[in-house]
Design a protein around this ligand. Structure first.
Ligand code: GAR
Length: 192
């Protein structure tokens, strides 16, 4: 059985889908939800699901081994970032090589990088009159949104779409694909 930790800063709709997907799974389960925000809704969602939660503090995240050691002690095999807004520190990346993945609400390398998250992404897509957007699931490295791409899916953006419309289309793709992409990675970890 592989143990998945989800890192999230906000509402946690993707975390919710992930916990549902793996609730009865034979190869993996979500055993921990980590947030940098003590009041993030994702923490309530985890508690409702009976999943352990942990709130992290900036200082300790960037300047101590505490988070890495805690994840290792809990035998976490895969870290899934689902709307987590802090850059992942080098010590965490080194401790979990190719075992940290992120979802981004656009077609990277477009609309990525520091400050590009949530509605800001969709606002930029609409402002630039793009005719498509989508999702990118990728490995995490020490730069925002730059690790190797694992999966992308596209959706159409029409001239009358508002940023909120684009957000809806993108979120539907996220909920449809993220759990199954994570499941494929779990299978690879189980049978390398
Ligand atoms: C998701 O759309 C995710 O792609 C995005 O935050 C949202 C979290 O929603 N992530 C980023 O923008 C990272 N740069 P959720 O809390 O409902 O899962």
């Amino acid at each position: 059985m592989k143990n998945i930790a989800i890192f999230a800063s906000g509402t946690g709709s993707n975390a919710q889908k992930m916990m549902e997907h793996f609730a009865q799974h034979s190869q993996a389960k979500v055993t921990l939800v980590v947030s940098n925000k003590p009041k993030a809704l994702v923490l309530e969602k985890a508690q409702n699901f009976g999943v352990a939660t942990q709130v992290i503090q900036r200082d300790r995240f960037y300047h101590s081994a505490e988070v890495v050691e805690s994840l290792q002690n809990q035998q976490i095999d895969l870290i899934v970032l689902a709307g987590f807004l802090w850059l992942v520190p080098q010590n965490l990346i080194a401790a979990f090589p190719n075992k940290i993945i992120n979802i981004h609400p656009a077609l990277l390398p477009k609309y990525g990088g520091k400050g590009m998250y949530g509605m800001r992404v969709h606002e930029a897509v609409v402002a630039n009159q793009e005719n498509e957007s989508g999702i990118t699931i990728h490995y995490v490295n020490e730069h925002y949104d730059e690790g190797k791409i694992i999966f992308q899916e596209r959706c159409l953006v029409t001239p009358d779409d508002t940023p909120a419309d684009v957000a809806k289309k993108v979120q539907a793709l996220e909920h449809q694909h993220f759990p199954s992409v994570v499941e494929q990675l779990v299978k690879k970890l189980s049978n390398p």
